[in-house]
Design a protein around this ligand. Structure first.
Ligand SMILES: *[C@@H]1O[C@H](CO)[C@@H](O)[C@H](O)[C@H]1NC(C)=O
Ligand SMILES: *[C@@H]1O[C@H](CO)[C@@H](O)[C@H](O)[C@H]1NC(C)=O
Ligand SMILES: *[C@@H]1O[C@H](CO)[C@@H](O)[C@H](O)[C@H]1NC(C)=O
Length: 194
């Protein structure tokens, strides 16, 4: 380019515009990256914070009757924005046997605070396979039973009229109890966000 004579002004113009665009892209990229670093650790989370096995009864016909209390906490660690939680569903199952589907209406959690959802899961006459019956007997013997708790929720911050991007929180935990006295054996059960 420009081996002889002055460079064409049009080339200069194009070069300047390209430089401006490149700088803008870098600045936007850095802003988004910093925003992500600052905000991401405070993405709203859902976790099981407490639970109790109120009832566990199995009979010789292979029917299981159970009642569980589960407390799910929705936490908004963001100090600057309200968070909304929506599309909330949790599935409770035992060894592949569905016990209950829990849902919640959308709700809002103020800045830097949390909200507890209290669930009472009552199930009667869940038919178990012979294998599952054996596993329940075994759970009594070991004094430890495990339920699967899977859930998901969408969360969003209320920023201006539009709101932020939506995050999907997913939970996949084992809820363990002592069948003899119903005590919950606490374990880490907190959502991962995407
Ligand atoms: C958020 O809440 C915690 C206690 O729940 C408090 O210690 C902390 O100072 C609060 N942060 C802000 C920025 O309000
Ligand atoms: C819960 O189970 C239903 C079907 O039983 C399924 O469609 C849904 O995706 C499950 N939800 C979660 C969060 O695993
Ligand atoms: C329930 O039983 C377990 C183990 O047998 C014991 O560690 C726990 O303290 C008991 N909890 C209550 C509330 O009695």
């Amino acid at each position: 380019m420009g081996a002889n004579g002055p460079t064409n002004p049009l080339v200069w113009l194009v070069a300047i515009i390209c430089t401006i665009i490149a700088v803008a892209v870098v600045v936007i990229g850095i802003t988004v990256f910093i925003g992500y670093i600052v905000i991401h650790p405070r993405v709203p989370v859902i976790s099981v914070t407490n639970a109790h096995l109120d009832l566990l009864r199995n009979d010789y016909a292979g029917l299981l009757q159970t009642q569980l209390t589960i407390v799910v906490t929705a936490k908004n660690g963001n100090a600057k924005a309200h968070a909304t939680f929506s599309d909330i569903t949790f599935n409770v199952s035992y060894n592949g046997q569905d016990i209950a589907v829990l849902v919640a209406n959308p709700f809002e959690v103020p800045k830097n605070s949390s909200k507890d959802l209290n669930y009472l899961v009552q199930s009667s006459s869940i038919p178990l396979s012979p294998d599952q019956m054996e596993q329940v007997d075994d759970a009594w013997k070991r004094n430890e039973i495990q339920f699967d708790f899977k859930g998901a929720a969408r969360t969003q911050w209320r920023v201006g009229p539009l709101g932020s991007v939506k995050f999907l929180c997913r939970l996949d935990c084992d809820l363990k109890f002592r069948p003899m006295n119903g005590t919950y054996i606490p374990s880490r059960c907190t959502s991962k966000s995407k």
